[in-house]
Design a protein around this ligand. Structure first.
Ligand code: HPA
Length: 273
C-alpha cells in the first residue's frame, strides 16, 4: 500500500456513501469481546470485505465488520474483529482501520484486548486499564517514509494512554463496584503463547500483562493525535503452577465472562466524553 492517504480516503468515501453521520468514538473489540456490540443501538454494519483497501479478519472469535450506531448517547463506530500482525498482515494493514476511523472523524479511541497476566497478583477475569506499554519487538507501524498528513516523524510517546480517560474510567469502575487493575501491557507478535521463561522475563521487565495486539494501533493513534483508552481482560496467567498450558478456548471463555464489566466501563465512559 504505497499511497496510504489515498487508500484511507477511498475507504472513508465508500463508508460515507453508506453512512453520513460522523462517529465521535471508535472502539476496537478484542478476542471474545464481540458481543459487546449488543449494547449498541446498531444503525449500520459494513463487512470489512466490502470496504476498499480493508484487510479481512481471519482469526476465530473475530467477525470482521465495522458497526455504526449509538452507545451511551453518542455516535460510535466499533470494529468487531481487528487485524493482527501474526495473521500475516503488514503493519500498515494492521493500523489501517484506526486511520480510517480517525479520518471518519472520531475524537477518542477505546481499545479492548485479551491478555495474559504476568503480574503475580493478577487473576483470570481481572480487568487491567493499560497505563503504558512496552513493545516487545513488535514492528513499529510508522517505519518507512513518514506521512506528514497523518502526523510527525518522531511522535512523543510519554502519554500513549490518556491520563484523563484513565481517571474517568477508574471513577466509573469504583462507582459500580468493579475492581480494576492498572498496569503495563507488553506487546508481542505471537502467535505462540509465551514460554515459562518468557512470561518470567516480561514480568521482570515491568510488564503486568502480555498480548498480541494493541501496541501498533496505539502508536498509529498517537501519531495522529488521537486520545486512547485501553483495557485488557486477563484471560490466563502465564506464571502459575507447573505443567499448565494455555489454550485459545480458555482465553475466549475468560474474555466472555469479563465482558459485562468491560461493557459497563466503556459505555459509561463514552457517555461522559
Ligand atoms: N500471551 C500473549 N497473548 C495473549 C495471552 C498470553 O498469555 N493471552 C491472551 N492473549
Amino acid at each position: 500500500m504505497s499511497n496510504v492517504i489515498e487508500s484511507i480516503e477511498a475507504a472513508v468515501a465508500f463508508i460515507r456513501s453508506r453512512y453520513s453521520i460522523t462517529p465521535a468514538v471508535g472502539i476496537v473489540l478484542g478476542s471474545g469481546l464481540g458481543s459487546f456490540t449488543g449494547e449498541m443501538k446498531t444503525e449500520l454494519e459494513i463487512p470489512y470485505s466490502e470496504i476498499p483497501h480493508f484487510p479481512v479478519s481471519t482469526v476465530e472469535g473475530h467477525s470482521g465488520k465495522l458497526i455504526f450506531g449509538e452507545l451511551g448517547g453518542k455516535k460510535v463506530v466499533a470494529m468487531a474483529g481487528r487485524f493482527h500482525y501474526y495473521e500475516g498482515y503488514s503493519t500498515t494493514e494492521v493500523v489501517f482501520p484506526i486511520r480510517v476511523m480517525k479520518y471518519l472523524g472520531i475524537r477518542t479511541l477505546l481499545i479492548s484486548n485479551a491478555a495474559g497476566g504476568t503480574n503475580l497478583s493478577y487473576k483470570v477475569g481481572d480487568l487491567m486499564i493499560i497505563r503504558d506499554h512496552i513493545s516487545m519487538l513488535t514492528i513499529n507501524p510508522l517505519l518507512g517514509k513518514n506521512e506528514p498528513a497523518l502526523g510527525t516523524r518522531f511522535p512523543d510517546m510519554s502519554e500513549p494512554y490518556s491520563k484523563v480517560l484513565i481517571a474517568k474510567a477508574k471513577t466509573i469502575a469504583a462507582d459500580a463496584g468493579i475492581e480494576v487493575r492498572e498496569g503495563v501491557y507488553s506487546g508481542v507478535t505471537g502467535p505462540t503463547f509465551e514460554t515459562r521463561a518468557e512470561y518470567a522475563m516480561l514480568r521482570l521487565l515491568g510488564g503486568d500483562a502480555v498480548g498480541m495486539s494493541t501496541v501498533q494501533e496505539v502508536i498509529a493513534a498517537v501519531h495522529m493525535g488521537l486520545p486512547v483508552f485501553a483495557i485488557s481482560v486477563i484471560t490466563d496467567i502465564g506464571i502459575r503452577e507447573e505443567e499448565n498450558t494455555i489454550t485459545h478456548e480458555e482465553v475466549l471463555q475468560a474474555a466472555k465472562d469479563a465482558e459485562p464489566r468491560l461493557t459497563h466501563i466503556f459505555k459509561t465512559l463514552v457517555a461522559q466524553l
